[in-house]
Design a protein around this ligand. Structure first.
Ligand code: UT7
Length: 324
């Protein structure tokens, strides 16, 4: 049987845009280097009063409005973030309180840039078992607050934002690749790659928040291999060929990774949703943000077959195939 159905999407971005040229005034970089190596032209950076929870709540409200359902019908909130408002409680509980739908399940998922894929598969599993009827799945980040603004190899890459989807438990009926709902999901982690992408602080080690550290070239190499492999797994599981996919909504880390992964699978580049130019890498927020942009601008339509995929710190990676 197909999994949960997607009822609506929403997203939220901080008010402030920072261009590559503005960054070049702070660190030793250029607009040309950033655009050529990553495809990034600008990013949104959270200002005073904007936090992971406020962005997540705004994205959630937009998703509820898009779905046409009331917050009171949400029995489960799974929020993916590596930049929670507080070490505890979960940022999901702050969102729940802000939406006024207290009493259901609410927790955070920590899988960094793959967080939304982990959150989606987790929420889908809980909905399938009857733990709740409707869920909000949110990816929200304020990565600007864990960046080392002196380190040009990382600070130019990331931005802040949030994206959310409303999911409804499967109700039986049609299933398979032509019926609506999540058709197949696969998740992976390889903890041996910790040192290639991590934050050098935390409550139990340094008692500080820490900063992002990344060996970019090695992450890049792993990303293309791992993403191609998990996409192949999901296609095989679903019995779908790459050319049947209408849209791929990838984690937006680097335009070159998107191109290389699409090429490896034989996917047409025009089927790949790209927002890295305007959002930069928003970690767990990037997939739902890009999904919302492409639904709202009319590219992704009801009935389309959509592949979501991401890879990030851990390493973690995953993909989900969904018929809208
Ligand atoms: O979201 C989680 C997953 N993350 C990713 O998928 C990121 C994957 N990695 C990447 O996207 C790319 O590796 C980067 C964009 C991070 C870097 O691109 P690259 O083509 O792999 O460059 P590189 O790290 O090999 O650096 C090339 C040169 C170096 O100088 P030398 O050693 O050749 O003299 C760097 O010091 O570029 C230099 N460099 C910069 N120059 C100007 C590094 N950062 C900058 C910068 N501005 N911001």
């Amino acid at each position: 049987m197909n999994g949960s159905r997607l009822l609506g999407t929403g997203s939220a971005l901080p008010a402030k845009v920072v261009t590559n040229a503005e960054l070049a005034e702070r660190v030793d970089t250029t607009d040309e280097w950033i655009v050529e190596r990553t495809g990034i032209r600008q990013r949104y950076i959270a200002g005073e009063g904007e936090t992971t929870a406020t962005l997540a709540t705004a994205a959630a409200r937009a998703a509820l409005a898009d779905a046409g359902v009331d917050a009171s019908s949400i029995g489960l909130i799974v929020l993916a973030t590596a930049t929670p408002d507080n070490t505890f409680p979960a940022t999901a509980t702050k969102v729940q309180a802000a939406l006024g739908c207290n009493g259901g399940i609410a927790f955070d998922v920590a899988a960094v840039c793959s967080g939304f894929l982990y959150a989606l598969a987790t929420a889908d599993s809980l909905l399938r078992t009857g733990m709740a009827k409707r869920a909000l799945v949110i990816g929200a980040e304020t990565f600007s607050r864990i960046l080392d603004w002196e380190d040009r190899t990382t600070c130019v890459l990331f931005g802040d934002g949030a994206g959310a989807v409303v999911l409804e438990a499967p109700s039986g009926g049609d299933s398979g690749k032509n019926a609506p709902g999540i058709i197949a999901s696969r998740l992976h982690a390889d903890g041996a790659c910790h040192d290639l992408l991590y934050v050098d602080g935390g409550p139990s080690t340094t008692q500080t928040v820490g900063h992002v550290r990344m060996k970019g070239r090695e992450v890049f190499r792993h990303a293309v291999v791992n993403l191609s492999s998990v996409l192949r797994e999901v296609l095989d599981e679903a019995g779908v060929s790459a050319d049947e996919i209408d849209w791929v909504v990838p984690h937006q880390a680097n335009a070159r990774i998107l191109d290389a992964t699409a090429k490896k699978l034989g996917l047409a580049p025009e089927k790949v949703i790209v927002t890295v130019d305007v959002h930069a890498n928003t970690s767990a927020a990037s997939v739902p943000l890009a999904l919302d942009v492409a639904r709202k601008d009319g590219r992704i339509k009801p009935g389309d077959l959509v592949m979501l995929e991401a890879m990030g710190g851990g390493f973690t990676w995953g993909a989900s195939l969904i018929r809208l």
